[in-house]
Structure formats: structure tokens, C-alpha cells
Design a binder for this molecule. Structure first.
Ligand code: NAG
Ligand code: NAG
Ligand code: NAG
Ligand code: NAG
Ligand code: NAG
Length: 286
């Protein structure tokens, strides 16, 4: 019966590696600034945060640590289960592989890989990487792309759950509309809700540009519904609403889907293995 146990272990191990979330491939202008969010599991609030450079995790060089400032600035927002890595004055030599990571005592650190490309004309870029609005407002984000990316798929995605909107398919949520003028695409988010606060990205092809959205409480509403509305997690430092609640939403939905995945994969696998086992046993009896 070792095989099912091994399979189960493999599944568990794969689940282990998904406790952090960030972008995959960030595009930034030479001389420009970029802030990259690293979302982490609730259990890592107190762990120290790292930014490590190198393609292979085992050989990466720690570029910056929590609270470092300067070329690289790392700021932790434990209330939101996020830390941000800000690069100032990007140069082409900053292009490369990096890892968002949390330090864990006596266990391998948890981490997520990402690629950074610094270009004179970034494949995809945003005018402003931070937008805000009040509850119920509309906000728009303009995402520019170079001619090279003209025919690539354009998306607007939320980092937390990787849900994306594309130009052709916004039917999932009519409150997000995307229009394209051939040099840029504009994302219009209508009727903002507090839960929309968080980190998003524009993407064209494989390149991404991060954007932080902050939704502030509607002041007129606040007087009446002050206790009912719950602010979103990963809202970031500028969120004006109350954020004291236990932010577990960030990865808890991931947890749920992972458990489902585990069950949906493990149960049929175990059944299959048991069946084969029985057949082998039956055959060996004769
Ligand atoms: C970073 O600074 C914060 C606030 O001053 C502090 O609570 C935290 O312990 C510091 N982290 C490290 C790893 O020094
Ligand atoms: C940015 O980096 C370039 C190249 O290293 C340097 O010449 C320039 O002075 C830097 N600018 C700032 C504002 O630090
Ligand atoms: C938000 O956008 C929708 C759809 O385009 C529009 O009907 C509505 O008037 C806009 N609301 C505000 C406050 O601009
Ligand atoms: C927050 O969560 C932690 C562990 O998940 C728990 O011990 C604590 O009581 C919670 N706090 C609140 C205010 O719910
Ligand atoms: C819709 C609603 O609950 N309105 C209330 C807002 O608060 C004022 C004063 O407390 C009440 O008079 C309203 O009924």
C-alpha cells in the first residue's frame, strides 16, 4: 500500500508550494519605478520577508530584506498578508529572475518565482500604478502596450485569485469593461465595492504591469452602515477603512480550492490504486 501513500504525499507537497502569490513577468521602464506585491498565507504574518535574485531558488542571492530601503524597498503589511518590493531607478542590469520569499525556521522557506524585464520601451505599462476611488464610483486604468504586443491577448487580472477579464469576454462581470484603441487598452471598473480593493495587473501577452486599487468608504454611507461593511484584505497602506479584522481571505479561498483539488484528485487515484491492488491479489491467489 505504499504507492497511494506516496501519491498522497506528492499531492500534499504540491499543495505546500502554493502559499505565496505574485506576478509572473513584470515589465518596467528603464529609470522607472515599480512596486511588486507578494501575497502570502495568513500563517506567515510574523515571518521575515525576503527578495532573492537568481533563477534557481537554491542558489539565489538575497537582494533585500524586510524594512530595507534604497534601490530596493521592502515593506510588510501583515494586516493584509502582503509585502511589497519597490525598485527605484530600474536599470537593464536589474532584469532577471527573482523570488518573493518568507523565512521559516527549520523548514525550507516558502517562495514564489517572478521574472523582471527592464526595457527602454516596456512591452506593457501603466501611467499610474495606484488608483483609488470611493465606494460606488467608477475608476479606469489605462494600460499601454508596444506594437510588438498589439496582437497579443490583453487582460486585466486580480492577483489574489487570478481571475481575469479580457476584451472579448467581460460577460462574467459587466462591472468591468475593457476597450482597446490599438496602442492602449482601458479598463473601466464601475460601481466599486470595498472588496474590490487590492492588487491587479494589466497584461499583454506574457508581460504584466501591477496596479493597486484602493476603494474608500463612501462617507455618506458610512454613518449608517459603519458596522456592516467589511473592508477587503490586501487593500494596502492607503486604505482608509477599518482593516482590523482577521484577514484570512487572501489565501483561504485558495486553500479551499486546493483541498477540493486534493480530494478530487486523491479519491479517484486511491480508488484506482485499490482496484489494481485487488486485481493483482486475486490473480496471485490462482
Ligand atoms: C520591520 O519594521 C517593523 C516596524 O518597525 C517591525 O515591526 C518589524 O519587526 C521589522 N522587521 C524586521 C525583520 O526587522
Ligand atoms: C539611476 O541610475 C543611473 C545608472 O546607474 C544613474 O546614472 C542615475 O543617476 C540614477 N538616477 C537616480 C535618480 O538615482
Ligand atoms: C459609471 O459607468 C457606468 C457605465 O459606463 C455609467 O452608467 C455610470 O453613470 C458611471 N457612474 C459614474 C458615477 O460615473
Ligand atoms: C485571528 O486569527 C488567529 C489565528 O488564525 C486567532 O488566534 C485570533 O483569535 C483571530 N483574531 C480575531 C480578532 O478573530
Ligand atoms: C438607510 C438608513 O439606515 N438611514 C438611516 C441613517 O441614519 C439616520 C440617523 O442615524 C437615520 O435617521 C436613517 O434612517
Amino acid at each position: 500500500m505504499a504507492l497511494p501513500l506516496i501519491l498522497f504525499g506528492v499531492l500534499l507537497y504540491t499543495a505546500e508550494a502554493l502559499r505565496m502569490n505574485t506576478l509572473d513577468h513584470v515589465s518596467v521602464r528603464e529609470g522607472g519605478t515599480v512596486t511588486i506585491p507578494c501575497l502570502y498565507d495568513n500563517q506567515y504574518k510574523l515571518n521575515s520577508k525576503l527578495w532573492c535574485r537568481g533563477f534557481y531558488w537554491a542558489f539565489c542571492q538575497i537582494t533585500a530584506r524586510e524594512n530595507d530601503t534604497g534601490k530596493w524597498t521592502i515593506t510588510d503589511y501583515p494586516a493584509h498578508n502582503i509585502f511589497t518590493v519597490k525598485l527605484n531607478n530600474a536599470t537593464s542590469s536589474d532584469s532577471g529572475s527573482y523570488w518573493c520569499a518568507v523565512e521559516i525556521q527549520a523548514k525550507p522557506d516558502d517562495r514564489k518565482h517572478l521574472y523582471l524585464t527592464v526595457q527602454q520601451a516596456p512591452g506593457v505599462s501603466v501611467k499610474s500604478s495606484s488608483v483609488s476611488g470611493h465606494e460606488g464610483d467608477n475608476v479606469s486604468v489605462q494600460c499601454f502596450y508596444t506594437s510588438e504586443y498589439q496582437y497579443k491577448i490583453k487582460k486585466w487580472c486580480r492577483i489574489k485569485d487570478r481571475s481575469c477579464y479580457t476584451e472579448t469576454d467581460t460577460s462574467q462581470n459587466p462591472s468591468v469593461q475593457i476597450s482597446d484603441d490599438g496602442r492602449s487598452f482601458t479598463v473601466l471598473m464601475t460601481g466599486l465595492r470595498l472588496s474590490d480593493s487590492g492588487w491587479y495587473f494589466c497584461s499583454a501577452g506574457d508581460l504584466q504591469a501591477p496596479v493597486q486599487l484602493t476603494v474608500q468608504k463612501d462617507n455618506n454611507k458610512q454613518k449608517n452602515t459603519s458596522e456592516n461593511d467589511i473592508s477587503s484584505d490586501e487593500a494596502g497602506p492607503t486604505s482608509s477603512s477599518k482593516i482590523a479584522r482577521n484577514d484570512t481571505e487572501d489565501t483561504s479561498s485558495d486553500h479551499r480550492s486546493r483541498i477540493f483539488l486534493l480530494i478530487w484528485t486523491a479519491v479517484p487515484l486511491l480508488t484506482l490504486v485499490l482496484l489494481i491492488w485487488r486485481i493483482i491479489q486475486k490473480h496471485s491467489q490462482f
